[in-house]
Ligand binder design. Structure first.
Ligand code: ZN
Length: 208
């Protein structure tokens, strides 16, 4: 697919998510910056056909766009490399995208941030989850804010659009684990940390 095609894809995905995103000003930033539209188009192409695990079955691309929107709107982050990395953050982990590809298309800094938040899929799932807890305090600040916004989006979805086969115990265990990861990210962005705490409290209440 050529770059012209991704940009067209970005336009349609951004028009669609505008109706659904909870962070509309952040969304506007994604739509306005050419670099972000480009990254959004590439990610939308790579995640095409993938759905979120939740019962809402949203197109997967809504999630990375929301993460970028949270960073822009709540985290007050305007660094375009960090916002591009947010839109691209799951492309290496969940699509056939390589780190070389990200470097050649978006530069070494964007690639490095994405790599920092990419789990090693060769490891067992439980090991990967523990590694996230261990690594959180050692990430760069760019990767820390991205990981925090990712957890805010995921905690919301686990509570309010949960995967169909998840019992409440599993939802609550997810909130506990996400909180342990975020404990290692404290100090990177006060507003995002406050939103995470609020989101976890609301999510626990909703699950009971
Ligand atoms: Zn994610």
């Amino acid at each position: 697919m050529t770059e012209m095609h991704w940009i067209a894809l970005a336009e349609s995905v951004l028009a669609e998510t505008e109706l659904t995103t909870r962070f509309s000003k952040g969304h506007a930033a994604c739509a306005a910056l050419p670099e972000l539209r480009r990254a959004t188009g590439f990610a939308a192409w790579r995640h095409e056909g993938q759905l979120r695990k939740g019962e809402g079955k949203a197109p997967y691309i809504h999630h990375p766009i929301e993460v970028a929107a949270i960073l822009a709107e709540i985290g007050d982050i305007s660094d375009v490399d960090v916002l591009q990395a947010a839109v691209l953050h799951d492309t290496i982990e969940d699509t056939p995208t390589t780190s070389e590809e990200l470097e050649s298309l978006f530069g070494a800094r964007v690639r490095d941030i994405v790599l920092e938040v990419t789990d090693d899929k060769n490891l067992d799932k439980l090991v990967r989850k523990e590694k996230q807890v261990e690594h959180a305090p050692h990430l760069t600040k760019d990767a820390q804010v991205l990981k925090l916004a990712d957890k805010i989006s995921n905690v919301h979805d686990v509570a309010f659009s949960k995967p169909v086969d998840w019992a409440p115990e599993r939802q609550l265990a997810y909130f506990d684990w996400a909180s342990r990861v975020v404990d290692g990210l404290r100090g990177c962005n006060t507003a995002l940390e406050a939103l995470f705490d609020e989101q976890v409290a609301r999510s626990r209440d909703a699950v009971g």
